[in-house]
Write a protein of this length. Structure first.
Lengths: 168, 347, 102
């Protein structure tokens, strides 16, 4: 179970950031504030990755999510000022949405506690983990094909977003 | 004492030293800048407060401290206050992964430690991540001020920093490929006999692109469009005064110091200089790094005194149409060089 | 020691928050942000499972990396669509973007 240790304290701080930021995103009316709450939540997740001994993913999380995706959202909100002048935050179905998501969350938590109670890591993370990852991306026994598909996806997304948002 | 307590004290003391030296460095970089620019413009510069004007930053700091702190009526109060903090934090934390010297033993305590906070094995990515979050502070400051000049400056800075981040990232991969590691310690060690900047063509081109990109990232002249005072009054910090303005000012100079240290570590051999770093029981390393940082700072100031500001569209087309393709070609060339083993590579 | 279930509980809560945001918010940009929250919750799950159940293999790790790539693509295209709709119809309210409904 849970004992008082530096790791568990950091875990709770990061979990608080993550969930608090998430709540901020869905409840704040001002969209720039919502985007900043999103950044807070993403930082919390990055901290959790560090605690899960995946510093590479933590850094990529900050680089991709905080540095690219959230800044894109923030700037989109900033340059379209009328986006923020919306009177009501929620639509008419919000009570149903609250019930659905509450039930979903409760169900997931119950499932998780029943299935994976108090599990500790089965092994340590290999030291040359990132090196293995790098090699796996360029060998066909590893993930060469998915890697190439992901690059094509990114290229398609780039061209697509330029074409869609172009001022004709 | 348990291991964890020792680790905690070690980390705290090192962080404190890094932060304090960055803050002191910031204060004296401003004096250095004013004195050097004055020399270049055949003036004398501030020399009244203290010997050689060394107390000038103290008096400036006190002055800013007593200025009224104005928050515009229409401004978004929370973000307006938060933006200077968000701008200053990346500058303070980016040096965490840069090794400042080899191992030293602290006298009396008989405690051996490495100089440098934490040489993690994804150090280069960490630097990229931290530079990418520094866009926020300036953009948010521009937006929260509710001022058209500030908004324009903020948007300019966002576009500029994001565009030059690409060239920065790609040129940064050249030393990474040459050293075969993402850890700055390993990159410095790989430059032990020959600095990367002396590697023919690939090293020099990558170093030049990296330097241009960090000038753009720190919003230094000739890329100081976000605060172009002739057209935007003062850009993103138009509405800021007092200590909040000082925070922006501080962030800019601390960023200059930090990126100079990173540049020195990636291309100029970091704290190493022909084995001299082992003198004084290893304490020479930080001094050598400081010397390289000061050289880089003087170069930045020299550029500011010499070059006129870019026009905005030229800045963008330079970043996208020149720097990015050239850096990509350099990276491919580096890989060709490594695969053909044209230069000895520590793999 | 923080055990696996705690990470999974955090991920589950974050996912539910994201679901709520997608269902209840009116603004398309806010919906996009909620989708990002859900993607992050899933990613946290993947990394937690990787760390606790198979840390010597790469599969969970690689999955997380691909989720990053897909999320970046999703955000770029999504925001481009929102901007395009905003230009043509002067609205970003999800319930007013209903041209294809009948």
């Amino acid at each position: 179970m849970l004992t008082f240790s530096p790791v568990s304290v950091s875990f709770f701080i990061m979990a608080l950031f993550t969930i608090g930021g998430g709540l901020g995103v869905v409840t704040t009316r001002n969209l720039v504030h919502a985007a900043l709450f999103l950044v807070l939540s993403l930082f919390g997740i990055a901290g959790l990755y560090v605690l899960l001994e995946a510093p590479y993913l933590a850094v990529i999380q900050v680089l991709v999510y905080v540095g690219a995706i959230s800044i894109l959202i923030t700037i989109t909100v900033m340059v379209t000022r009328r986006l923020m002048g919306i009177e009501e935050t929620y639509n008419r179905q919000w009570p149903i949405a609250a019930i659905i998501s509450g039930l979903l969350g409760a169900g997931l938590i119950a499932l998780v506690v029943a299935q994976f109670g108090a599990l500790t890591p089965v092994a340590d993370v290999p030291v040359d983990n990132i090196e293995q990852l790098g090699r796996a991306f360029v060998t066909h026994q590893g993930f060469l094909l998915p890697f190439e598909v992901a690059s094509v996806l990114l290229l398609a997304a780039m061209i697509g977003s330029i074409v869609i948002s172009r001022d004709v | 004492m348990s291991d964890f307590v020792i680790f905690l004290i070690d980390a705290l003391v090192k962080s404190l030293i890094i932060v304090v030296s960055l803050l002191t460095g910031f204060a004296y970089t401003t004096v250095l800048e004013r004195r050097v620019i004055a020399r270049i413009q055949v003036r004398i510069g501030p020399n009244r407060a203290g010997p050689f004007g060394l107390l000038q930053p103290v008096s400036e700091g006190l002055k800013l401290f007593f200025k009224e702190d104005i928050v515009p009526n229409e401004a978004d109060k929370v973000i307006f206050t938060l933006a200077p903090v968000i701008t200053a934090v990346p500058a303070l934390i980016v040096l965490a992964v840069v090794p400042l010297g080899s191992e030293v033993t602290i006298p009396f305590l008989n405690y051996t430690t490495s100089l440098g906070l934490s040489d993690i094995n994804v150090g280069v990515l960490y630097i990229l991540a931290v530079t990418s979050i520094s866009v926020y502070g300036i953009t948010l400051a521009g937006w929260a001020s509710a001022n058209k000049y500030a908004m324009l400056g903020g948007l300019r800075s966002a576009a500029q920093m994001i565009s030059y981040e690409l060239a920065l990232g790609v040129s940064l991969l050249v030393p990474v490929s040459l050293a075969g590691s993402l850890s700055l310690g390993a990159i410095i060690n790989a430059q032990d006999p020959v600095w990367f900047v002396f590697y023919p063509i690939v090293g020099q081109v990558a170093a030049a692109i990296f330097y241009i990109a960090i000038l753009a990232e720190t919003n230094r002249a000739p890329f100081d469009l976000p605060e172009a005072e002739q057209e935007l009054t003062a850009g993103y910090h138009t509405e800021y005064s007092g200590m909040k303005f000082a925070a922006f000012f501080m962030a800019e100079y601390m960023k200059m110091i930090a990126v100079s240290a990173i540049f020195a570590s990636l291309f100029l051999g970091g704290y190493r200089l022909f084995g001299l770093e082992d003198l004084l029981g290893g304490w020479m390393g930080p001094l050598i790094l400081a010397g390289k940082v000061v050289a880089s700072l003087v170069f930045m100031i020299w550029l500011r005194a010499t070059l006129p500001r870019f026009r905005y569209d030229r800045l963008m087309s330079f970043g996208w149409k020149v720097l990015l393709p050239v850096s990509l070609v350099t990276l491919v060339l580096t890989w060709v060089v490594i695969v053909l083993e044209l230069i000895p590579v520590a793999l | 020691m923080v055990t696996l279930e705690f990470y999974l509980i955090v991920a589950a809560i974050l996912f539910s928050i994201g679901v709520y945001g997608v269902l209840a918010r009116r603004n398309a940009v806010a919906i996009l942000m909620s989708v990002e929250l859900m993607l992050n919750a899933v990613n946290l799950n993947l990394v937690a499972f990787w760390r606790f159940l198979a840390p010597t293999e790469l599969n969970g790790f690689v999955f997380a990396v691909f989720v990053f790539a897909v999320a970046a693509a999703e955000a770029a295209v999504g925001l481009a669509l929102i901007i395009s709709i905003y230009r043509n119809r002067q609205t970003v309210l999800a319930e007013q973007i209903n041209m294809l409904k009948w």
